[in-house]
Write a protein that binds this ligand. Structure first.
Ligand code: MG
Length: 382
């Protein structure tokens, strides 16, 4: 059967921990975790051998050592991850026509037009897994579905070294039984609210008895989640979206002319995006602020940072002043957006190292609790 649309999602299993084993094969099968040393460091990535002890990424290293006293802690090696990423990119770009990398170790590919070459989607999936393994030595999990969300959720459910195929027409029934937390965009806070209402699975989002409250709480986001729960997902694969820029935008429930609201929203986006940069070992050379007014007119302001940055308090003054020069007083805006571009591997000077450790601890907290609730003590917001 020819699929109306086919998306392949691929995610390397425990990328940083697996890379550590590639660099030192003596670590194979051992309880390896990548991260900073106790007492202040956090775990950046845990191998499957230590996950069985309850060790998770973003956990303080001290706690990880308590759970798994024979844990072998390896420092992060960004140049190695970058090299492995480049090797993966070299093989996937030969194999797949349209690829969108969403992080250093995961990508979506639009494979609809490859069906005459690979009538059996699992054959294509195995081919991709094998090619990446031969080029890098890394194992990954691949899933194919008609939409990005189903493919991503299926891959997460089949890790490690997995292969999943969600046949057309079965997306909704597959997703129905997955925890709501598995949906992209549902963080711990939203999941907690859902659970308190008795909404545990994706399928529960479609239960009409919850509809009024959910609509009031989440508005348009709920509609997007419900569409996905019904198996409707037209989100396209966009080539190189993440490798050249990283961005976020959001439509307000009510149009606003309040500069403080615009500022606050962009500041929250910046917190999340800068965190993503640091996790990827990247820095941004420039940024774009975007506003859409009530008449759907879009204005943007693009600007360079004085130097490539990935630490949000240092980035904020330029972004804030760009927003101030862009926003017209008494104009009602319906959408704000922020994107970071000119992405480069971050270089770390000696001077920055102490700060980097503090930021790593902050990133651990952001992973656990979300960027809205965590602020670094002693470092002023503005
Ligand atoms: Mg991964």
């Amino acid at each position: 059967m020819r699929w109306p649309r086919q998306i392949l999602f691929c995610d390397v299993d425990a990328m940083f921990a697996s890379a550590a084993v590639l660099a030192d094969p003596g670590l194979a099968g051992k309880p390896v975790a990548v991260g900073g040393p106790a007492p202040r460091g956090i775990i950046a990535a845990a191998s499957y051998a230590v996950r069985s002890f309850g060790v998770r990424s973003a956990m303080p290293t001290a706690e990880a050592l308590r759970l798994c006293p024979h844990l072998i802690l390896v420092p992060p090696d960004r140049p190695l991850y970058r090299r492995l990423h480049d090797q993966m990119q070299a093989v996937t770009s030969r194999l797949l026509p349209v690829i969108e990398w969403t992080s250093i170790d995961e990508f979506y590919a639009e494979t609809t037009d490859m069906q005459s070459l690979y009538p059996d989607p699992s054959r294509l999936g195995r081919r991709v897994k094998q090619a990446i393994f031969e080029a890098t030595g890394l194992r990954c999990t691949v899933a194919l579905a008609t939409g990005k969300t189903a493919a991503k959720v299926a891959a997460d459910a089949h890790k490690p070294d997995g292969l999943a195929v969600i046949e057309p027409g079965t997306e909704a029934s597959f997703l129905a039984a997955r925890p709501v937390r598995d949906l992209p965009g549902i963080g711990p806070k939203s999941a907690a609210i859902f659970n308190s209402l008795g909404i545990r699975c994706v399928g529960d989002l479609l239960d009409p008895q919850h509809a009024p409250f959910l609509r009031q709480q989440w508005g348009n986001r709920l509609i997007a989640w419900q569409e996905v729960a019904r198996g409707i997902d037209h989100d396209p694969v966009v080539v190189d979206r993440e490798s050249k820029s990283l961005g976020h935008e959001s439509t307000f429930e009510q149009d606003t002319s309040d500069l403080a609201t615009l500022e606050q929203t962009i500041r929250i986006f910046l917190g999340t995006l800068a965190h993503d940069l640091r996790v990827e070992g990247l820095a941004a050379g420039s940024f774009t602020v975007k506003l859409k007014d009530a008449k759907f007119r879009v204005t943007t302001r693009q600007q360079q940072f004085p130097q490539p940055l990935n630490y949000d308090p240092a980035m904020w003054p330029s972004i804030r002043s760009a927003l101030h020069s862009l926003a017209i007083p008494h104009t009602c805006y319906r959408l704000v957006g922020l994107s970071l571009s000119g992405l480069l591997p971050a270089t770390e000077s000696l001077f920055e190292r102490r700060q980097t450790q503090a930021v790593a601890a902050l990133d651990g907290l952001i992973e656990r609790y979300g960027s809205r609730v965590v602020r670094l003590g002693g470092i002023p917001e503005e």
